[in-house]
Design a protein around this ligand. Structure first.
Ligand code: NDP
Ligand code: ZN
Length: 179
């Protein structure tokens, strides 16, 4: 029988699309924000062959607490503790200074659970693919370059998680002269 998306997964997509509805990415085309979270979940399903539904759902929800009014309590009530805990692991603490958040992403990467590491790798892969072809609005070339350097430091602390994703990330770092 052909596998079909579960109702839970569809509800998750609908919820993310609703919560991110007024947000745009930073690329010049101002792509709808939800495209990014769909990309991250699709990278996991198609390129990393992940079948763990909670991971695919958490990928869809990975920026919803960081960037919208959604709370962890909302996610737990709607999608359960497992999905909520995965999203918690990949959510930055927005009460901290940006530089500190960036530092903590590097410092905390290795302590993350293997399932949350998958989401972090796919998130970086999608952002870096975008940065290869676009410079976000208002960014200098130097800032774009520093993002690759910073992302590599995060990825280096997530290694040993998924060969396919790590090979694809390394190909990007090689193209940028970082490997
Ligand atoms: P930002 O956090 O400001 O921007 C990058 C984030 O924006 C991504 O992680 C992604 O987060 C989101 N995003 C939205 N649209 C896009 C897109 N089209 N392509 C890629 N990402 C997108 O990063 P910073 O530039 O602040 O930090 C990166 C590094 O650069 C750090 O090491 C920082 O110190 C350094 N730097 C920062 C400067 C600054 O002015 N802030 C200046 C020079 C260097 P998500 O997946 O969560 O949506
Ligand atoms: Zn993201």
């Amino acid at each position: 029988m052909t596998p079909r998306p579960s109702s839970r997964f569809m509800e998750c997509l609908q919820y993310a699309a609703h919560k991110h509805r007024d947000q745009r990415r930073k690329d010049p085309a101002q792509t709808p924000y939800v495209n990014h979270v769909i990309n991250v979940s699709t990278i996991l399903a198609v390129e990393a062959c992940i079948e763990d539904e909670a991971v695919l759902m958490a990928a869809i929800l990975h920026d919803v607490v960081e960037d919208t009014d959604a709370t962890f309590a909302d996610l737990e009530a709607l999608f359960g503790a497992d999905v909520c805990d995965l999203v918690r692991e990949v959510t930055d603490d927005k009460s901290l200074e940006k530089q500190e958040r960036k530092r903590l992403q590097i410092a905390n990467a290795a302590k993350t659970s293997p399932r949350a590491k998958l989401i972090k790798l796919a998130d970086k892969l999608d952002n870096l693919r975008d940065l290869l072809v676009n410079t976000p609005q208002g960014w200098t070339e130097e800032r774009r370059e520093l993002y690759f350097v910073w992302a590599k430091q995060v990825v280096d602390n997530l290694r040993g998680t998924n060969t396919n994703l790590e090979l694809k990330l390394d190909e990007i770092f090689r193209q940028r002269g970082l490997l």
